[in-house]
Design a protein around this ligand. Structure first.
Ligand code: 4NP
Length: 152
């Protein structure tokens, strides 16, 4: 199963979700691949924001080796699930989808609501990291169950 995490810059929120879900899936030897991308291209090739790297490290995750990518329409066919951090990301990604099948792969990372953008607020990095970690743990259970039934 291939999962893509998406935010705006691909340097704060989606790298956290990418690194945490990959780590948790690897711990359970699930064989999943988790990647991330941004709807904006300003930070392509850059490592995650140092504040996300530090917040992730405090929770036991190393996201420092990731590099930012720009969302490409080819990702609709490459990934099974495309999980986005906020409603702007949702709108931007859905605008690029051309078929109902592509649209169906896209949903908010949180079941209800958005992951706040911490880029302009240092105090948000730790709470956002904890929220993302908690949701990744839930996703392991949810997607494992789904995987068992539909086999992707
Ligand atoms: P992210 O945060 O979408 O969680 O990676 C942001 C990163 C950079 C910018 C905005 C949000 N920016 O405007 O450069």
């Amino acid at each position: 199963m291939k999962i893509l995490m998406v935010c705006l810059g691909n340097i704060c929120r989606s790298p956290l979700a990418h690194g945490m879900l990959q780590h948790l899936a690897d711990e359970k030897a699930l064989g999943w691949t988790v990647h991330s991308a941004g709807t904006g291209n300003w930070h392509v090739g850059n490592p995650p924001d140092h504040r996300s790297v530090a917040a992730a490290k405090r929770l036991g995750y190393d996201i420092s080796t990731q590099r930012a990518r720009h969302f490409s329409p080819s990702f609709f066919d490459e990934y099974d699930h495309i999980l986005v951090m906020d409603s702007n990301n949702l709108k931007d990604v859905l605008r690029l989808a051309t078929t109902p099948q592509q649209k169906q792969k896209v949903r908010l990372f949180l079941p209800e609501g958005e992951v706040a953008d911490p880029y302009y607020d240092n105090a948000l990095f730790d709470p956002v990291s904890k929220q993302v970690e908690q949701r990744c743990k839930e996703l392991i259970t949810e997607l494992k169950l789904q995987y068992r039934f539909i086999g992707i």
